[in-house]
Design a protein around this ligand. Sequence first.
Ligand code: 2AM
Length: 168
Amino acid sequence: MRLFIAVNLSDEMKDSLIRMQNALYDRGARGNYTPEENLHLTLAFIGEYPDAQPVLDALSAVAFRPFELSLEGMGCFGDLWWAGVRDSVPLTVVVRRLRRALAENGIPFDKKRFSPHITLLRKASGALPGITPEPASMTVTALSLMRSDRGRNGMIYTELGSVEADGE
Ligand code: 2AM
């Protein structure tokens, strides 16, 4: 199984991201647009791993309070174009706790520096146009363990379990 830990986005946040995708399309950008149901923020990429349960156990040890997530700008890694997510203390802290819990449970993950982004378009043509995204934010109340499968028409992401934020 190919696994990762993500924040699944609110409908309002996804609507804003779809409008960004539409603006890119109107500016002539072509490529593989992320379908609405696949839009997410990855917090940790585990990759191939045989068993979900130890990952769910590690995830359940991550304590966090609900926190705000806001979009901020756009950028690209080569031909992968993304919507930026504003770096914030609660986001940094939850990612640090999550990565520590994975490490303590012997679960491998990609240790690259965390660069919060939501992929809008892969294999994009041309140069990223200068688009000012509308402000959008949501409250994160859960972290999800996701499985990624290659489907006939692109990737299929399935939630295998989640951990909820602690109450106030
Ligand atoms: P990306 O959108 O920038 O490709 C499922 O593949 C999720 O895990 C995607 O959000 C992907 O980010 C992310 N991811 C992070 N590191 C990855 C890696 N080394 N290989 C594949 N996907 C990775």
